[in-house]
Design a protein around this ligand. Sequence first.
Ligand SMILES: Cc1cc2nc3c(=O)[nH]c(=O)nc-3n(C[C@H](O)[C@H](O)[C@H](O)COP(=O)(O)OP(=O)(O)OC[C@H]3O[C@@H](n4cnc5c(N)ncnc54)[C@H](O)[C@@H]3O)c2cc1C
Ligand code: SF4
Length: 340
Amino acid sequence: MKNKHVAVIGAGPAGLEASSLLVSMGYAVTLIEKEEESGGHLKRWHQLFPNRKAGSEVLAILQNQLNGSASIEFNKEITSVKPFSGKFIISTSDGWVTHADSVLMTTGFDLFDARKKEEYGYGIYDQVITSADLEEMFKTEDSLKIRLGQQPKRFGFVHCVGSRDEKAGNIYCSKVCCVTAVKQAIEVKELFPDAEVYCFYMDLRMFGRHYEELYKEAQEKYNIQFIRGRLSEASENKYGGVIVKVEDTLLGKPLKITVDMLVLMTGMVAPLVTSRIRDLLGLTKDEDGFLAPSDIHLSANICEIPGLFMAGACSGPKTIGDTLADARSAAVAVDKYFKN
Ligand SMILES: Cc1cc2nc3c(=O)[nH]c(=O)nc-3n(C[C@H](O)[C@H](O)[C@H](O)COP(=O)(O)OP(=O)(O)OC[C@H]3O[C@@H](n4cnc5c(N)ncnc54)[C@H](O)[C@@H]3O)c2cc1C
Ligand code: SF4
């Protein structure tokens, strides 16, 4: 299969895993990445749920297993994929072009822009941050301690920011943010044992293996408070604290709590450029904006155009474990395509 060339678009976990498997099957692979390094969102995560493994450790394994065996093109944002005479023409908007016999889309997700939920104050109040910001602060604990002062009293985590929210235009669940909130709440409690930590949720979706145990540990060992209710508003007091208004829907009471830091659990959205490529190719438009497989049960990695495949979070929110399994399944689908 050395004469068959596969272009993999996006060098996040999905792109890295699929590329290394395709290379081991004998295909010539070009991995194309818009940023200057590989890793996608994983390079931002400090410790991973559910077992608190270092994100950098998992990333190093994915990068090392590729080990120079695929050619990687960095700083190339693909804006167009066109089928042409049984092949594909892949290009960037500034004129870089390559050709391939097959294309695997692994363009992942973007984070919901928390500024769109103006009432939560992201980009307005200093102490309102996102879960992705907090993950980066954990990498250098001192930056978090300096930002807060040594004795913060209270932290709040707001679930479902930009997910399960008709006003934000996204009614789907982003899957990973409930368990990320639980993991981050525990990490905050370990750093600041005397602080009170609150999670404001609509429903808790602890669907994965060991997630429920983590949630139990958060309540029983760390005394993290879970309050069912949607945040209506956040504002700043004169000391820089954030005043949070929530309707506790279990007690049927409005609550007002002042926190030192408010963390918004922003969900996953489909990258604009992925939707543009989808529209260019005339692929089915799913309401949530993610790429739609030709059959959700039987061919989850196969697009409607022969030779075009997808893997990872570009077809919907996924954990890293699910992403890697999906990437391996996509590589098998590409192999089957060439062998048929
Ligand atoms: C706050 C947060 C914390 C998380 N923590 C965990 C965790 O602890 N454990 C866990 O299992 N999962 C976690 N996840 C989920 C995890 O991040 C995803 O499962 C994983 O990143 C998906 O990998 P991917 O390769 O599909 O997408 P991505 O990581 O998004 O990678 C996509 C890659 O494609 C590139 N790209 C995109 N468009 C183009 C283009 N047009 N041209 C070229 N390149 C392009 C991007 O630059 C990127 O490198 C978390 C998610 C969030 C939001
Ligand atoms: S995983 Fe939890 S926080 Fe994330 S969208 Fe789903 S219910 Fe909301």
